[in-house]
Write a protein that binds this ligand. Sequence first.
Ligand SMILES: Nc1ncnc2c1ncn2[C@@H]1O[C@H](COP(=O)(O)OP(=O)(O)OP(=O)(O)O)[C@@H](O)[C@H]1O
Length: 258
Amino acid sequence: MTTPALSAENLRFSFGGADVLQDLSAAFSPGRLTAVLGPNGCGKTTLLRCLCGLLKPQSGRILLDGGSPLTALSRKALARRISFLPQVRAVPDITVEALVSHGRFPHLGLSRRLTNDDREIVHQAMKQAGVLDFAMQRVPALSGGERQRVYLAMLLAQDTGVVLLDEPTTYLDARHKFEVLELLCAMRSSGKTVIAVLHDLPLALRYSDEILLLENGRPAAAGTPDEVYDAGAIDRVFGISCRRIRIDGQTEYIERRA
Ligand SMILES: Nc1ncnc2c1ncn2[C@@H]1O[C@H](COP(=O)(O)OP(=O)(O)OP(=O)(O)O)[C@@H](O)[C@H]1O
């Protein structure tokens, strides 16, 4: 069995005494795209923030490569291993290229200067995320969707083995949603461990390798999209009627009111 790149063991997290995550265990393997799903307020963002070290669980532990606890790493060392795209982000008044370059900061030496290799990585990241055309524009001047892709480019430039994304398709139009999911698939195909909170169920079930379905801070189901769907967990947890269909030789999912 592959050693998970990231694993959570018996996590408990509470805000001011109210448990948000309860005895939560999960393992995330390299080369897999996991969608974290669940109703509003079930603890998805809190889990991601624990997984990247921004929040410290009251009990349980998080391990990298099945061995070193997250807490043993410095902030900079952690940023070389795990990147995180939060749901709410600052909008600094700098150019797109400058923002994407921030992704390289954890990798810079004492001089804090970008090398030619760093610049090439930044260029490739902007190309892959489709933001090269506005590289010299200032971030506040972009639309929500354009900005979203710029943050994805920054994540690509950070080039970590584990990539966490909180609702990366927010603000995106239909075509760009597909493109972002395809970008995440390309990241996992290159061996990265990609974990994304997604609210778009059809998109999540269609593109992910694994689903972690949360309910009230605990896993309600985990497995491949087929396994989670076949167990009826999606319908039960969301109170909807999700259907798997075949269109043009491809498995797709549609969500309907129960
Ligand atoms: N800083 C905070 N202080 C107190 N309670 C919080 C804080 N952040 C989140 N919570 C609570 O923790 C619970 C889980 O929140 P979280 O943001 O993890 O849920 P979520 O599943 O990501 O929700 P959504 O789908 O709406 O984004 C919610 O009840 C929320 O009100």
